[in-house]
Design a protein around this ligand. Structure first.
Ligand SMILES: Nc1nc2c(ncn2[C@@H]2O[C@H](COP(=O)(O)OP(=O)(O)O)[C@@H](O)[C@H]2O)c(=O)[nH]1
Ligand SMILES: [Mg+2]
Length: 285
């Protein structure tokens, strides 16, 4: 048996995990573009991968992974220069499992095993430009605590009624730090963490590198990773797995060579190789 490498995709719901996996499977099957990692052979049940890759090619939304399909684990048989042959297992977990972890501070035994066995972690975060930044989230929190903010003139007076605090009100970066803390407690060796800012097409025009973007938008996450650099070795990638927004850019995307839809940005390097963050997790520069 070839050696098995377990990578864990971690991210809240709608952070781009399934889209990444779909684009990855398309590229590995297609084999027409040079990638750091390549597919070795077929085996196992690829129904789920084929389903999501099909949706990805057609620029239709990838199916939702929910708690019911929590156990969707895919095994990819890969090889790469300097990596040899290996099996990559990736559970495509519904982000809801992570949300429950945050809220109840508990995880299932199966989930815990995935964390412990992970050789590396892909931490997904969607820039969520439509929803605003952590600054608007701060306003929401202040409003929910009550009293701290002035109601904008003309606003509905009911909007100022304090809401009970819930874990879901945590800013995204605080949630991601919490998830990393679970990992911190469970691993006994240094781990690589590749932070993936998904939907990079939405923010690439700001002209920042992914690392600068995360430092500016998610300073707590960045500081946490830096402060724990004895445990976490991290890199930040901007990945546009879909290439644009769906349905708005669908027509344009369908007109493109599907492999050119994918953009991967690391520091100031740009390419189309979606396996790059995985190759980095496995030890490449
Ligand atoms: N603009 C843009 N949107 C994306 C991209 N990748 C994912 N999305 C959108 O982000 C949302 C969440 O993606 P999904 O892969 O389902 O996230 P998951 O819940 O973490 O598996 C969906 O609405 C996707 O269309 C991308 O590369 N560009
Ligand atoms: Mg999903």
């Amino acid at each position: 048996m070839s050696n098995s490498t377990n990578l864990l995709f971690v991210g809240l719901p709608k952070s781009g995990k399934t889209t990444y996996l779909a684009a990855l499977w398309h590229v590995l099957e297609d084999q027409s573009s040079p990638t750091r990692l390549r597919r070795r052979r077929n085996s196992g049940d690829r129904t789920y991968l084929n389903l999501i890759a099909e949706a990805w090619r057609a620029c239709t939304p990838v199916p939702r992974t929910s708690l019911q399909t929590d156990e969707t684990t895919v095994a990819l048989h890969l090889e790469g220069d300097g990596f040899g042959e290996f099996t990559l297992t990736v559970p495509d977990l519904g982000g809801e499992a992570f949300e429950q972890q945050l809220e109840h501070r508990k995880m299932s035994a199966a989930h815990e095993a995935l964390f412990r066995e992970a050789n590396g972690v892909l931490l997904f975060t969607h820039p969520d430009v439509a929803k605003g930044t952590q600054i608007s989230e701060q306003h929401q929190i202040a409003a929910s605590i009550g009293g701290a903010t002035e109601a904008p003139s003309g606003a509905d007076v009911h909007a100022a009624v304090p809401l009970p605090w819930k874990a879901e009100m945590l800013p995204t970066q605080a949630k991601l730090v919490e998830l990393l803390q679970f990992l911190l407690e469970m691993v006994d060796q240094r781990r690589r963490v590749a932070v993936v800012v998904s939907a990079w097409d939405l923010v690439s025009s700001v002209g920042q590198t992914p690392r600068e973007y995360v430092s500016g938008r998610m300073p707590l996450l960045r500081q946490f990773l830096v402060a724990n650099d004895d445990v976490f070795d991290h890199a930040v990638f901007g990945v546009s797995a879909q290439g644009g927004a769906i349905p708005d850019d669908k027509t344009r995307l369908l007109g493109l060579d599907s492999l050119k839809r994918i953009q991967v940005c690391h520091e100031s390097e740009n390419d189309h190789d979606i396996t790059k963050p995985l190759a980095w997790l496995l030890g490449s520069k």
